[in-house]
Design a protein around this ligand. Structure first.
Ligand code: ASP
Length: 495
């Protein structure tokens, strides 16, 4: 089994990054204001990385394609890559679904919080614009911030007034809706209500469905202006353009030689600049962590939120751990013929950068560097698998979306059958493919999964407070999945 020796200097860099993380956590955790004031240093680091992404993608892809030798090999490389992406994303969603059904985080604790109030057993009666809850006393809340849901009817309403009465509570309702459409008021009695804090406008307005995501991905492949696509950091069209350019240069014989040489030297130069970025990483990562923890109010602000959602956060993190510490290393050993421990150690700078930036795209320069320079993945595979993976292969995001959606259903006492679980499996996979490699993109595409199984979009408000933290965890897994993929595909190509 070929082992990748840890290159010289890697140890020092890792110690630097770990020291940066420790200092950043302490500063942001104990002195939130000081931590938050360091945010600008972190943003500088992210911008430095983002500045490299576009030229790097073009150079890495052109060089990769030109090294394939025979352009027809692109077909098998593409086939393996897509097979790996889809296979691992499916494994990760299934892992998430199995764990959330087993642990049932939505059934434990947190029945009542600032974000939601759920009474699956409360009887209700509807009478002329009002819902009467006999025997149920609601906590003091501002009703206009909440939306009422009748669990047994799959219908929601906006509440304008909540009054306590001798028998229980009277809710005045404005309009009723189902699947975003206003419907006539329901009648009669029923069982089970939930009050959910209304989600932010950005989620309520998300109108895309699963098929729209697919269309957008295909549509977004071809821009009318490649420079505008680059300026807007749109990775997919730039990948397509670079593929075409690399293929065309390779097929041009002598005339293409100068072009290929140009991109080979551009690629070399980009790698040198990324090397520099590595030295900035300890400070950049530390500042990002200090800034974000500071913004969350330090440890004192963050812990209560994490504790309140602890069983949900635990389920997501356990799922991510099973996927990244069990399934992916197994694939790496069997198909990549590589020791997972050494591979992980060499990939650590990229993983920690992913954790601190919450962006697969911004991490791409380091992901490429770790794969090529430290883990010995050939440039022809890395240059193709990693840029594409940074936008479409998101194991962590897919797992998180499935867990979050089922958690929201559990919180509302909504049972999901095998058909709905099947829809969640498919849409979570698609939503992860459609999510861009930027912070919290997965949170927005999750609306698509919720809508596909008719769950309330308001449920997002439940998980919002700690999403910034889970976003970092899943981004690290996304980057880990891409890196393992590069090695597995590379080993397959070498035969
Ligand atoms: N932040 C993630 C990434 O860049 C995407 C997500 O929000 O899940 O990979």
């Amino acid at each position: 089994m070929p082992e990748q020796p840890a290159p010289k200097g890697n140890g020092k860099l890792l110690i630097g990054i770990i020291a940066g993380i420790a200092t950043g956590s302490l500063l942001g955790g104990l002195w939130p204001e000081t931590g938050a004031s360091l945010h600008f240093l972190g943003s500088l680091f992210v911008r430095f990385l983002m500045m490299l992404v576009m030229p790097l993608i073009v150079a890495a892809m052109v060089v990769g394609i030109s090294r394939l030798g025979d352009i027809r090999r692109l077909g098998s490389l593409g086939g393996r890559t897509v097979g790996y992406y889809l296979g691992t994303t499916a494994i990760s969603v299934l892992t998430g679904i199995a764990l959330v059904l087993w642990i049932q985080p939505g059934r434990t604790g947190m029945e009542q919080s600032q974000e939601s109030f759920s009474r699956p057993d409360a009887p209700y009666r509807i009478e002329s614009g009002m819902v009467l809850l006999e025997g149920t006393r609601l906590p003091d809340l501002d009703p206009s911030a909440y939306s009422l849901r009748l669990n047994d009817r799959n219908i929601s309403a906006s509440v304008t007034k909540a009054e306590r009465s001798a028998e229980g509570t009277i809710l005045t309702v404005e309009s009723w809706n189902r699947r975003d459409e206003t419907v006539a008021a329901p009648r009669g009695n029923g069982l089970g209500i939930s009050l959910l804090r209304r989600a932010e406008e950005r989620f309520m307005q998300e109108e895309r469905g699963a098929q729209d995501i697919l269309r957008e991905v295909v549509d977004g492949l071809v821009p009318s202006n490649i420079f505008r696509a680059m300026a807007d950091n749109e990775i997919l069209p730039v990948i397509l353009f670079s593929l075409l350019l690399g293929a065309a240069l390779s097929m041009s014989g002598e005339a293409g030689r100068a072009g290929i040489d140009f991109f080979i030297s551009l690629n070399e130069a980009m790698m040198k600049i990324i090397h520099l970025a590595m030295y900035l990483a300890p400070v950049g990562i530390g500042a990002l962590i200090a800034g974000r923890l500071g913004e969350a109010g330090g440890f004192a602000g963050f812990w209560p939120e994490l504790r309140q959602l602890s069983s949900y956060a635990f389920t997501v993190i356990l799922g991510l751990a099973v996927h990244s510490l069990l399934w992916l290393p197994l694939l790496l050993r069997i198909f990549g013929r590589t020791s997972p421990a050494t591979f992980a150690r060499n990939t650590l700078p990229a993983l920690l950068t992913a954790f601190s930036t919450a962006s697969s795209s911004a991490t791409l320069p380091l992901t490429l560097e770790c794969a090529e320079e430290k883990n010995g993945v050939s440039p022809k595979t890395a240059g193709f698998v990693l840029p594409l993976g940074a936008t479409v292969n998101m194991d962590g995001t897919a797992l998180y979306e499935a867990v979050a959606v089922i958690f929201i259903a559990q919180m509302n006492g909504i049972a999901l059958g095998p058909a709905e679980l099947g829809v969640i499996f498919l849409t979570a996979t698609l939503a992860a493919i459609g999510a861009a490699g930027i912070p919290e993109a997965g949170l927005v595409t999750m609306v698509i999964v919720l809508k596909a199984v008719d769950l309330p979009v308001e449920g997002i408000a439940l998980i919002l407070s700690i999403d910034w933290f889970l976003d970092r965890c899943r981004t690290a897994v996304n980057v880990w999945g891409d890196s393992v993929g590069a090695k597995v595909v590379d080993a397959g190509t070498r035969g």
